[in-house]
Design a protein around this ligand. Structure first.
Ligand SMILES: Cc1ncc(COP(=O)(O)O)c(C=O)c1O
Length: 378
């Protein structure tokens, strides 16, 4: 992979050191161009409104197949959404619930899925139970199994957690759920684009994500996967005007074809540089080297997993004697390094997103900065 050449295509990388793909990914120019051309066509009067409308409808209706192909699903299982939260709303709002039904989440959910589960508790009297993340996948699976009861209806988990980047053993969790008659809803937004995700192989019922992080696509793009069988139990939030027996019946408004042209360009781009497996290998090698370099700095501790099954490109670390936000601010203000502090669990640290396009120079700058900060504390 020619990283220098790839970086040249990402205009957002010219501003200091960028290590926050888990916040917002850097779109290559082909993505920006595809979107801009879409808007240009719409606004410049080149096309009649009628032609515009059919072009929009065609673009939006072709996207589910394109997304499905990238994620091991069928076209009829993909609904276009604007965000992860929208997908969560469609699923939690479209199932029927009884008071006392239990939903299990992890102790490291992002506010979007967390608040969706809490909203369900407020609306229907569901009970939200929390299972603690563990870097050892077997420990996590045992913990999960221990809190299942006959009232457990659903697991709502991040595929990769937002703060420490812990990857959950998704296949095993889905198999456990299936064996107990429990549904699974996944938040995929820190997973898609980091490594290959095959939804049929994973065996989940519902998978919601945005595409503006590791997928490098525009904000406002996302999708909800609804497994074919699960479409029997999930009701659309509004009566579909043209039910076509696909997951598009769950869409709640008109998707923006311009934004999806951007997503299509990002899928082409990722395929063009070798696809998700090559991307995962490139980022994985860099993340592993960063963890090792952090280990060598006195007073610095890697918080994220280093187990082969649960580690990812998200590397959270702490500096002894400093809160995460103090370290984060110093890195931003003194070295122009974009990242963010962790905030969900204590002790806090800093989340570094190592992407395939992260450069060696960026990681060198980070390691030097962290060494300086840790040295100043001693
Ligand atoms: C795990 C996780 N879920 C959800 C979100 C945001 O969701 P949405 O697409 O609804 O903005 C983020 C954003 O940082 C996230 O990291």
């Amino acid at each position: 992979m020619d990283i220098a050449q790839i970086r040249d295509q990402m205009p957002g990388l010219q501003f200091g050191v960028y290590l926050n793909t888990g916040g917002i990914g850097q779109s290559p120019v082909c993505v920006n161009k595809a979107m801009a051309e879409g808007y240009q066509q719409m606004l410049s009067g080149i096309m009649s409104p009628a032609d515009q409308y059919s072009a929009m409808e065609r673009a939006a209706s072709e996207m589910p197949a394109r997304i499905a192909g990238f994620f091991g699903a069928d076209a009829g299982e993909i609904a276009l959404t604007m965000s992860t939260g929208e997908g969560y709303g469609m699923v939690l709002g479209g199932l029927s619930w009884q008071p006392g039904d239990e939903v299990i989440i992890t102790n490291e959910e992002h506010p979007v899925p967390l608040q969706a589960a809490e909203g369900l508790a407020d609306r229907v009297g569901a009970v939200v139970k929390v299972v603690e993340i563990d870097q050892d996948k077997d420990v996590f699976l045992h913990r999960l199994e221990d809190i299942i009861t006959p009232r457990t209806r659903m697991f709502c988990f991040s595929h990769v957690t937002t703060d420490t980047g812990n990857r959950l053993p998704a296949r095993e969790i889905c198999a456990l759920a299936r064996s107990r008659g429990i549904l699974t809803l996944w938040d995929g937004c820190q997973a898609v684009g980091q490594f290959p995700v095959d939804l049929h192989d994973m065996g989940c019922d519902f998978y919601a994500t945005n595409c503006y992080k590791w997928m490098l696509a525009p904000m406002g793009t996302g999708f909800l996967y609804v497994r074919k069988d699960a479409q029997q139990v999930l009701k659309p939030l509004r009566r579909p005007h043209a039910p076509d027996g696909t997951a598009r019946q769950y869409e709640t408004g008109t998707p923006s074809s311009m934004l999806y042209q951007g997503l299509e360009a990002s899928l082409d781009f990722m395929d063009g540089i070798g696809g998700p497996q090559a991307i995962a290998e490139e980022a994985g090698r860099k993340a592993e080297s960063l963890r090792t370099r952090f280990d060598a700095i006195p007073g610095v501790r890697v918080i994220s997993s280093r187990c082969a099954d649960t580690r990812t490109g998200i590397v959270a670390f702490a500096v002894e004697g400093m809160e995460g936000n103090e370290v984060s601010e110093a890195l931003r203000n003194r070295w122009q390094i974009t990242q963010r502090a962790t905030y969900i669990n204590k002790p806090t640290g800093v989340r570094i997103s190592v992407a395939f396009y992260t450069s060696d120079v960026e990681l060198d700058t980070l390691v030097e900065a962290v060494t300086t900060l840790a040295g100043e504390m001693n």
